[in-house]
Design a protein around this ligand. Structure first.
Ligand code: NAD
Length: 261
C-alpha cells in the first residue's frame, strides 16, 4: 500500500516549483490532491497533466491572502474529495532589498502571503480535520531563513521565523484531535522564485551571477549543491504519512548542511 492512499491533500502554491513537485509526489503515493494557486490556469493545467482522468487531482483558484477565496476553495475541495487530511501551506514569494529603502507595501505584501496565508488555510482545514475525527497533518514551508538571517531579506526572514511559531501552536492545539504540524526548511532550490533572485542579488551586492550562487547562496553548504524539489517533496511525503503525534512541532532542515541544528 502506498503511504498516502486516499488521503486528501491541499497544496498551496502548487502550480510551480516546490509545491508542484509535492503535489506530484503525493499523487504518486496514492493521495487525492488539491492544487491551489493564485494562477488558476496553471493550477488547472498542472492538475490535468498529473491526473488526466480528473479523478484524483483538482485545480482551485486561491489567493491565500483572501479570506473568502480560502474558505470557498477549501470547502469545494472537501466537498469534492470527502474532507481534508493534509495541508501543505507552501505559497510564497520573495522580495529582496535593503531595509532602509524597503517599501512598506512590499513588506505587507510578503507578510500577508506567508503568514496570513498560513493562518487562513490552517483555520479552514483544521475545521474539517477536527470534525472528521481522523486526525490530520499540517506542513508549513519554512526555509533555512526560519533559522538564519541573510542581508536584503528582512520580511522573508521575519515571516519564515514566524511560521516556526505557528507550527508549534498548531502542534499543541491539534494534538487532542490527532493533528500534527511540522515545518520543512529547505536551502536554496532552483525554482522561478530563486532564478529571479540571482540577477537581483548580483546587482544589489555588486557580484557576478556565478558568484551570487557560489559565494552567497551555497557558501555554507557542505558540498556546494542546490537542494532539489525532489528532496523537499520526499520530506513532505514522509511527514504527511507519519502516523503518530511523536513527530510534531518540529523543523526539518533540508539544505545540504547549510544550517545544522
Ligand atoms: P515558485 O515561485 O516556483 O512558486 C510559488 C507559487 O506560489 C506560484 O505558483 C505562485 O503563483 C504561488 N503564489 C504566490 N502568491 C500566491 C498567493 N497569494 N496565493 C496563492 N498562491 C500564490 O516558488 P518556490 O520556490 O516553489 O516556493 C514555494 C515555497 O517554498 C515558498 O513558501 C518559498 O518561500 C519556499 N522556499 C523556497 C526556497 C527556494 O530556494 N526556492 C527555499 C526555501 C523555501
Amino acid at each position: 500500500m502506498m503511504s498516502l492512499t486516499d488521503k486528501v491533500a491541499v497544496v498551496t502554491g502548487a502550480a510551480s516549483g516546490i509545491g508542484r513537485d509535492i503535489a506530484k509526489a503525493f499523487l504518486a503515493e496514492g493521495a487525492k490532491v488539491v492544487i491551489a494557486d493564485l494562477n488558476f490556469d496553471a493550477a488547472n493545467a498542472t492538475a490535468k497533466e498529473f491526473d488526466p482522468s480528473g479523478e484524483r487531482a483538482m485545480g482551485v483558484a486561491m489567493d491565500v491572502t483572501d479570506e473568502a477565496q480560502v474558505e470557498a476553495g477549501i470547502e469545494a475541495a472537501a466537498a469534492r474529495f470527502g474532507g481534508i487530511d493534509v495541508l501543505v501551506s507552501n505559497a510564497g514569494v520573495q522580495i529582496v532589498g535593503p531595509l532602509e529603502t524597503f517599501a512598506f507595501s512590499d513588506w505587507k505584501k510578503l507578510l500577508a502571503i506567508h503568514l496570513d496565508g498560513a493562518f487562513l488555510t490552517t483555520r479552514a482545514c483544521l475545521k474539517h480535520m477536527y470534525a472528521q475525527g481522523r486526525g490530520g497533518t499540517v506542513i508549513y514551508m519554512g526555509s533555512v531563513h526560519s533559522k538564519e538571517a541573510s542581508v536584503l531579506k528582512a520580511p522573508y526572514v521575519t515571516a519564515k521565523h514566524g511560521l516556526e511559531g505557528l507550527t508549534k501552536v498548531v502542534a499543541k492545539e491539534g494534538a487532542a484531535h490527532g493533528v500534527r504540524a511540522n515545518l520543512i526548511c529547505p536551502g536554496f532550490v532552483r525554482t522561478p522564485l530563486v532564478e529571479k533572485q540571482i540577477p537581483e542579488q548580483a546587482q544589489a551586492l555588486g557580484l557576478s551571477e556565478a558568484d551570487v550562487i557560489k559565494k552567497v547562496m551555497l557558501k555554507d553548504t557542505v558540498d556546494g549543491e542546490f537542494t532539489t524539489v525532489d528532496d523537499v517533496a520526499r520530506t513532505a511525503v514522509f511527514l504527511a504519512g507519519f502516523p503518530t503525534n511523536a513527530l510534531t512541532g518540529q523543523s526539518i532542515v533540508v539544505s545540504h548542511g547549510w544550517y545544522m541544528q
